[in-house]
Design a protein around this ligand. Sequence first.
Ligand code: GLA
Length: 515
Amino acid sequence: MNSKIFSGRFYVIAGALLISACFVASIAFAQQQSDNPLTGNWAAASPSNDGYVRKAYFNLKQDGAKITGTIRATQFFYTIKENTGGPEGFTLMASMMDGKSERKVTYEGKLIGNELQIGRRNRPDQPITFQMAQRAPDGEGALPARVEPPALHKVKDNGLARTPPMGWNSWNKFAGRIDDATVRGVADAMATNGMKAAGYVYINIDDTWEGSRDAQGNITTNKKFPDMKALADYVHSKGLKLGIYSSPGPNTCAGYEGTYGHEEQDAQTFAKWGIDYLKYDWCGARTLYTDEEMPAIYQKMGDALLKTGRPIVYSLCQYGRLDVWKWGADVGGNLWRTTGDIRDTWDSMTNIGFRQNELAPYAKPGHWNDPDMLEIGNGGMTETEYRTHMSLWAILAAPLLAGNDLGNMTPATLEILTNKEVIAINQDKQGQQGKQVWKAGDQEIWTRPLAGGATAVAVFNRGKEEAKVTVKWADLQLAKRKTVRDLWLHQDIAAADPEYVATVPGHGVVLLRVK
Ligand code: GLA
């Protein structure tokens, strides 16, 4: 009895103590909040018309004048290193390691009522784009836990892409505006405008098709792609193939849902939809893995694709880091990007294209260096320059993925893209990438050995003015030859000894096939 009274009293006292402790703690918390109102997890949602909500998270801890914490935005995860100012106006300097380089970012913001106005300057010459962030529950938007990369092994060759893949990709022209109707239009165009007949077959949807994951973790499409399986059926009905895009990271480059932690599941989903090609873009994987771990991470998807049993071309996109050409084939890759993104300018295209020389030994049937997609017809270069683009990609045995609006192009663009004699160089069965054999100032000669003993000879003029370039047959080991054909003029030319003087327009090319 006594002990009962005792224990009853005990609980009353303990309860009272607990309540007052909570009270004190909550006052302290409120005090801390009002002293340090920036402290907390803030989420800023980016509205987009495809229904997928991309959020940036600012997980801040304010301690008087000091602000620490992390920022997660699209494919990036930064740690705050320095700040100036406070709730009424602050600047955050944050950074992250991206491979071997440090990526830095500066955000500016201020507290307005219960919301955080925050933004960054995308380019120094542009104004800041601000977003409003609201308080979010603790832990929301946290980076997922790191899964250790698997041990390395050699992934079996899938037997695909014996010649460089040919097709189309949505990114260069449409970026985030790609949708189901546009893809169907592109398929219609490719099937009927002579491109399919010339060998183009893949219709590749790049970033921004993704929705969120369902309760079972299956990736879904956003509003722009109501039914991926139906779209694949449509593309297949035209005798073409459908490609898709994802990232080994939690987020894609554009900040959409990545494959991280769902490798086999996504590969199965892609196979079920009828996907024939996957571009797998490093992007958000940089928040969890070092460059040295890339082979293991890419191998994981190489294995997962093979396991589906469906023939799916595997395209590695990690911008040529860690000498990918040395291990891309071992992890199951059919092609691997060798550079950063191409832009529709002469400088971008030539800086990329003419820098591929050393990589020639790594290209072979089934496994190709990928200097990025074509910009032909996108309007930033002249027709002469686009002919140079097409010729260089042919010499390089590069994938020919058109990047323009196929439903709306000039006859000249179509003619460049469907020059069958140039495509025959690109698609040569021997699969040997061409090399630079001569250079003087702005003029360069590249050759590519072809099956059956023929040779492609490209005379490039990178200068602005027309140039006369002397091709000395003996110097190119072409002393014995029967025919020389100009592949842009579509005519045989005199093959006389000892040399041929090519007249090459500024930024132009003369492309020959020597037999
Ligand atoms: C990266 C790739 C591009 C494109 C975009 C999409 O930048 O290199 O080719 O896929 O991502 O976000």
